[in-house]
Design a protein around this ligand. Structure first.
Ligand code: SF4
Length: 236
């Protein structure tokens, strides 16, 4: 199957139909898989040790009360150095049980969306949450929990060195950007995050898209916008 046909299949999976002429070229999808397939390289040798230290610290962390109710802390998944980093709010029940972010139905939808632009957690996108421990009953993170946990995310960003951050969902976007603006106003803009001023683009959380499939097309527009925001001169 050609990469265009594969992408059309992924798009159909996420609920976006595209017209395909007999030549196999996809109309209406401006992003080519090959263009979006960015670098994923191992970091310097010392990074492995830094990752091990960070993982041990997070798994044993007691900085906030969430350590009392979690099954396990969830650090992140993906190549330890790559261009794209997806950031959600916190682990849910399934993530807490399995120790990996974005698993279950929402995770599958996120994977399909990412594959539509040539990304996968196995190859070229790192996925993490702001909070590493699950809030009971999946309630929203408290400000003091975010404050306690954010240094871990900053450390992950230092190590991964992403060229683009994709914040998924209102909670992640508002906490990362320190704003109360609604998600609708945060979409479609390139924000900046942290000391490295990493470009940050906002889109919907896949769990929301499962409840509101009519917005999947907007999420697809966000992904294309994010791809275009990745600095072209740095795509390597
Ligand atoms: S949420 Fe973060 S700060 Fe709180 S216990 Fe878990 S790892 Fe530590």
């Amino acid at each position: 199957m050609s990469s265009d046909a594969r992408r059309a299949e992924y798009l159909r999976t996420i609920g976006i139909d595209l017209w395909m002429p007999r030549t196999g070229a996809v109309r209406g999808a401006a992003v080519r898989c090959a263009e979006a397939s960015p670098r994923a390289q191992p970091g310097p040798a010392g990074d492995e040790e830094a990752w091990q230290r960070l993982r041990a610290e997070v798994l044993g962390c007691t900085r906030c009360a969430l350590h009392q109710s979690r099954t396990q802390a969830v650090l992140g998944v993906g190549p330890t150095r790559c261009d794209w980093m997806v950031i959600g709010e916190a682990p849910g029940a399934e993530e807490d049980r399995r120790g990996e972010p974005f698993v279950g139905r929402a995770g599958k939808l996120l994977d399909a969306m990412l594959r539509a632009i040539g990304l996968s957690r196995e190859a070229n996108v790192y996925i993490a949450n702001i909070l590493k421990s699950r809030p009971p009953g999946n309630r929203d993170p408290l400000p003091e929990e975010v404050q306690a946990c954010l240094p871990y995310l900053h450390r992950q960003i230092e190590l991964v060195q992403p060229r683009l951050l994709l914040a998924v969902g209102r909670i992640a976007a508002q906490n990362l950007l320190g704003t109360d603006e609604p998600l609708g106003k945060l979409r479609g803009r390139v924000h900046r995050f942290g000391e490295r001023n990493v470009p940050l683009v906002v889109t919907y959380h896949p769990a929301y898209l499962l409840r509101s499939p009519a917005d999947k097309r907007k999420a697809w527009e966000d992904l294309k916008f994010a791809r275009a925001a990745l600095p072209r001169s740095l795509t390597g």
